[in-house]
Ligand binder design. Structure first.
Ligand code: DX5
Ligand code: ZN
Length: 219
């Protein structure tokens, strides 16, 4: 059984003191820090770029899981790698045929590479990336905003993806899910095949951050 890892998204944190927010996540048992990068183009909102990742880097020893919701990820790989990203996730909708090539480029920087599909994109689009991938991400909400409802069709996508990874000798593949995860639906999500769980609102709106992270991890 793969270990379940919790990656709280700082998107739901207070941007005026993000270093402290990252320290709070670290002290309360998070496994990774999920950084939602939005460019106002691939998705309507704008959040932050590599400079933010560089600023939070000294505040935690946890891996920085950088989810690039940007129209031209190829222009960002070097700056995120230099800023201290541990994982860089790129959308197949933004990269098209270049997805695998860009994942190789990410890995040349010594950073783990992840490919992402949006809710309306068939999960089969990730199959070609499995050989190169260190992680695969299935969006369970439309990217751009926190606090949305988990899209039920994601369960079937996770099952298909886990089955494909197992059939191709990648039993240990990290499969991440992002959006609308709560303590209520997390068990079903993990049962469907995800083992890296992004949670923004569930973690930051909780009065007991440590308890919520542990509960999401299934403890
Ligand atoms: C959506 C982001 C998510 C978001 C998740 O575009 O990629 O990471 O922060 O937030 P919740 O957990 O609130 O759905
Ligand atoms: Zn995200």
């Amino acid at each position: 059984m793969l270990e379940t890892k919790i990656a709280p998204s700082i998107l739901a944190g207070n941007f005026s003191c993000i270093g402290e927010e990252v320290e709070r996540l670290t002290a309360n048992g998070a496994d990774l820090v999920h950084c939602d990068v939005m460019d106002g183009n691939f998705v309507p909102p704008i959040t932050f770029g590599a400079q933010m990742v560089e600023s939070i880097r000294p505040h935690t020893a946890l891996g920085l899981d950088c989810h690039l919701m940007v129209a031209r990820p190829e222009t960002q790989i070097e700056s995120f790698a230099r800023a201290g990203a541990d994982i860089i996730s790129i959308h197949v909708e933004a990269c098209g045929k270049n997805t695998v090539r860009l994942m190789r480029k990410i890995k040349e920087w010594g950073v783990r590479a992840c490919a992402v599909v949006n809710p309306e994109t068939p999960v089969e689009r990730l199959f070609d990336t499995v050989e190169e991938a260190d992680m695969l991400l299935v969006m369970s909400v439309h990217p751009g905003w926190g606090g949305q409802k988990f899209i039920a069709g994601t369960y079937e996508k996770l099952r298909k993806l886990r089955a494909f990874c197992i059939a191709n000798g990648k039993e240990e593949m990290d499969i991440e899910v992002d959006g609308g995860v709560t303590s209520q639906n997390v068990k079903e999500i993990v049962a469907a095949g995800a083992n890296v769980i992004v949670a923004g609102s569930a973690v930051f709106r909780s009065v007991d951050m440590r308890g919520t992270i542990a509960e999401l991890r299934g403890e």
